[in-house]
Write a protein that binds this ligand. Structure first.
Ligand SMILES: [Fe+2]
Length: 293
């Protein structure tokens, strides 16, 4: 694995094939020193990228955070440029839309995507985010909806990945997530903690609770999220469940192989299309009446 060979992430394909959806595992990469993933690159991107793709806030937060977090005063560029001392975090999302980063994400995720696609169906999207955090910064416990590899480029941090062993708790937390809450209200009883440093990374399965505590150093990392046909279907099934739970029903939890999930995904998509069609028809009628046709 060398940058000159174009292979930037050393994915153990059999390990990924047996671990996907199930278990986190460590991996190695060759991104350290890459000019697109340095502190200077983060400062530059913070000044160039659109507002919707930039988030930043106070990095002194609890692992279990129930609020939106403390916002930072000042610009994203200031937050990034003074990261050593300002107790902040900054995340640049959809970084693959920036010049040169799409190619970087493709190079990072080639092996990852091909193993995922073999079992999970075609890849629907891949996207990248760059994270930078002040010393001892915390990313509160949360879940992500798709397959993720997190590649550490600078500094050391502890990353914990868990699993709820109580289905009622898991359901409640996922309901909370699908209602728009970013963070978990409870930590799983079982979890593994990994220390990762420059050149190391980790695979995080979809919907696995995870949280991060930085060491006494600035941390910089790149994450690559891959949405497959299956992870998209499971996401739609969770969204469907979230809607029908509000009606007092207790739907079955989505699973990777479930035909029921496919039916829920179809129902949700059909419902959305019907809503779109109704809105379009109403718009057209309004247009006709207002123009007298
Ligand atoms: Fe995450």
């Amino acid at each position: 694995m060398t940058a000159s060979s174009g292979v930037l992430v050393d994915i153990d394909r059999p390990l990924l094939a047996s671990s996907m959806w199930r278990a986190p595992f460590l991996l190695r990469h060759d991104l350290v020193g890459h000019p697109l993933v340095t502190r200077d690159a983060v400062v530059r991107l913070a000044g160039e990228r659109p507002d919707y793709s930039i988030s930043y806030g106070c990095s002194e937060q609890p692992v279990l955070s129930t609020g939106p977090g403390i916002e930072r005063q000042g610009s994203a560029v200031d937050a990034a440029a003074n990261i050593e001392n300002n107790r902040s975090w900054i995340v640049l999302s959809y970084v693959d839309h920036a010049t040169g980063y799409g190619e970087l994400l493709d190079a990072v995720s080639t092996g990852f995507r091909s193993v995922l696609a073999a079992r999970d169906g075609p890849i629907r999207a891949r996207s990248g985010s760059i994270f930078m955090t002040s010393p001892r910064g915390v990313a509160p416990a949360h879940v992500d909806r798709h397959h993720n590899i997190l590649l550490q480029v600078e500094g050391f941090k502890q990353l914990s990945v868990g699993e709820f062993d109580n289905e009622a708790v898991e359901e409640a937390e996922l309901q909370n997530h699908f209602e728009g809450h970013n963070h978990l209200l409870r930590l799983p009883a079982r979890f593994q903690t990994f220390t990762i440093g420059p050149g190391e990374g980790i695979y995080i399965p979809p919907y696995r609770p995870h949280w991060i505590v930085g060491h006494d150093n600035v941390t910089v990392g790149l994450s690559c999220s891959v949405r497959t046909r299956t992870s998209h279907r499971v996401e739609l099934a969770h969204t469907f469940n979230s809607k029908v739970r509000r009606l007092g029903l207790r739907p079955r939890m989505p699973g990777v192989e479930s035909r029921l999930d496919a039916a829920k995904a179809v129902a949700l998509t059909a419902g959305r299309e019907m809503q779109d069609a109704r809105r379009t028809a109403a718009r057209q009628l309004r247009g006709r009446f207002s123009s007298g046709k």
